[in-house]
Design a protein around this ligand. Structure first.
Ligand code: ZN
Length: 217
């Protein structure tokens, strides 16, 4: 079984990925992580990617596809189950992934789309507070500390991430939904798209995902 996990920033995609990978013994494929690893390792692809990024340009579909193939191919003999996280982002990448599945003899993926209303995401992201001291995380709206601005664990000062401001968050969500709509449409037409309401807690979302997997795969 192969899965694409889809969801905007703040949808809890990271948490669900971790649990799914563990529960179903899947291999987690994150293009962002893979790219950073290639750059660190200074592989030929990593060097090329670094050059593109330092020119302020985006790594193109060819490079991302090559990168994916280079990480999936060696693992292919040990597993036939991958979870794609943050890929594909464009319809072009959907076609690239189709090609990769064919080349590597993988079953085409099912797509789980975590849907959370924009207003909820805004509160989740803009309310996020991190302790500058011990790294504990809180949320001003959903998980407030006993004393505002002070960590419950170590009494350290809480900080906000600069890129979690309402303006930046709205912009990120706007980019996300305009990019992802055509990708979701493509998978929807193929009948492999499962959109679930991911507003409730992580356990509830996880139950919904596993039910879909168990009923269909
Ligand atoms: Zn703390």
């Amino acid at each position: 079984m192969n899965l694409v996990l889809f969801g905007p920033p703040g949808s809890g995609k990271g948490t669900q990925s971790e649990r799914l990978v563990h529960h179903y013994s899947m291999t987690h494929i994150s293009t962002g992580d893979a790219l950073r690893a290639a750059i660190r390792a200074r592989s030929p692809l990593g060097i090329k990617a670094q050059e593109v990024i330092s020119r302020g340009e985006l790594v193109d579909d060819d490079m991302v596809t090559d990168l994916l193939e280079s990480i999936i191919a060696p693992k292919r003999k040990d597993t036939d189950s991958f979870l794609f996280d943050g890929y594909p982002r464009t319809v072009e990448q959907v076609h690239r992934l189709d090609g990769l599945c064919e080349t590597l003899n993988l079953v085409p993926p099912a797509v789980i789309n975590l849907h959370v209303p924009e207003e909820t995401i805004l509160l989740r992201l803009t309310g996020r507070r991190i302790c500058g001291h011990c790294g504990a995380t809180f949320n001003a709206y959903f998980r407030p500390t006993r004393v505002a601005g002070v960590c419950d664990v170590c009494s350290g000062p809480l900080t906000k991430r600069v890129d979690d401001s309402p303006e930046t968050t709205r912009e990120r969500l706007r980019v996300y939904s305009s990019q992802s709509a055509p990708v979701l449409d493509t998978y929807g037409e193929r009948g492999v798209l499962y959109t679930i309401d991911a507003t409730a807690g992580a356990d509830d979302v996880y139950r919904k995902i596993t039910r879909i997997i168990e009923e269909n795969y």
